[in-house]
Design a protein around this ligand. Structure first.
Ligand code: IPE
Ligand code: IPE
Ligand code: MG
Ligand code: MG
Ligand code: MG
Length: 297
């Protein structure tokens, strides 16, 4: 499923900034190699693209959102390395190559994840440290809250402790909102905060982000059943075997698709006030909906 040309342009900018920012990370060669191995393995860059596209809704105010966008991708990549560990999902293929622990061993994979997480905050501190604009510290706090115990890490804990137990839809939604929705929400909110969005704009964008964040993990659940390792670049068909409750299992494929379509159109409805300028954000919502195939009309 390709990005639209507009999203592809954002992705390319992110890619080249990731490369130059990663060059500033220092440490033992083996560790840097392991961090770069997963960072430059061809992820979609959805979260940094979301941050950049959201920031572009607002007029330029001298704050470059790119370091925050790249920091989010560092954090997301760390979360994938740890998610694949034998103690968690025990996967051996990610972003089209063997998982980090398969290539470098478990200890190095844990440390490569730790390195990426810590460097993410280091690079934001280095780039924004001299700014007197208080939106910088609010943006960074947003990212920390979303990545930490009340966000992604908390969601991963629930995902692990709930494995093997049947969840109802409300309980599953909580896991998904935390493990995946939180970073997507932070991408949008951080872009808006750095752009000096007003309270109403931030509220609408938050509603957009919460809807696509949930849609993204519902789609990921469906793709675990529908997709192939070749298409997705990661192991598939494992959720059910591992005893995870997923939307594919709870709703079935067709109702799952309809739910993704419903969430993405609800997301888009929140963008009306931004007019044409929000087309890239609409494209991201459509990209998520299209990834799981047609809905039932
Ligand atoms: C995969 O995220 C893990 C989830 C949160 C569902 P992505 O589908 O964004 O993975 P990459 O970054 O493209 O590899
Ligand atoms: C991933 O959820 C969530 C995070 C990495 C935080 P999954 O475990 O479903 O992601 P995939 O399917 O392995 O990419
Ligand atoms: Mg997982
Ligand atoms: Mg996983
Ligand atoms: Mg999955």
């Amino acid at each position: 499923m390709p990005f639209t040309p507009g999203l592809e342009a954002y992705r390319k900018q992110v890619e080249s900034s990731l490369e130059s920012l990663f060059e500033t990370c220092e440490g033992p060669a083996h560790l840097i190699e392991a961090m770069g191995y997963s960072l430059f393995a061809g992820g979609k860059r959805l979260r940094p693209v979301l941050l950049m596209a959201t920031h572009d809704l607002f007029s330029k105010n001298g704050l470059d959102p790119m370091p925050a966008a790249c920091a989010l991708e560092f954090i997301h990549t760390y979360s994938l390395i740890h998610d694949d560990l034998p103690a968690m999902d025990n996967d051996d293929f990610r972003r089209g190559r063997p998982t980090n622990h398969k290539r470098f061993g478990e200890a190095q994979a844990i440390l490569a994840g730790d390195g990426l997480l810590t460097e993410a905050f280091g690079l934001m501190a280095r780039h924004y440290g001299d700014s007197a604009d208080s939106s910088v510290i609010h943006g960074i706090a947003e990212v920390a809250l979303a990545a930490g115990s009340a966000g992604m890490v908390g969601g991963q804990v629930l995902d692990m402790t709930e494995t093997g137990h049947d969840l109802d839809q409300e309980q599953l939604e909580t896991v998904h909102r935390l493990k995946t929705g939180a970073l997507i929400r932070a991408a949008v909110r951080c872009g808006a905060i750095l752009g000096h969005a007003n309270a109403d704009e931030l509220d609408r964008l938050t509603q957009y982000a919460e809807a696509i964040g949930l849609a993204f993990q519902v789609a990921d659940d469906l793709l675990d059943v529908l997709g192939s390792r070749e298409e997705l670049g990661k192991s598939t068909g494992k959720d059910q075997a591992q005893g995870k409750t997923t939307y594919a299992g709870l709703l079935g494929i067709q109702d799952g698709r309809n739910y993704v379509a419903d969430l993405t159109s609800r997301a888009i409805a929140n963008l009306e006030v931004f007019g044409e300028k929000a087309e890239s954000l609409r494209d991201i919502a459509r990209f998520i909906a299209d990834s799981v195939g047609p809905q039932n009309n």
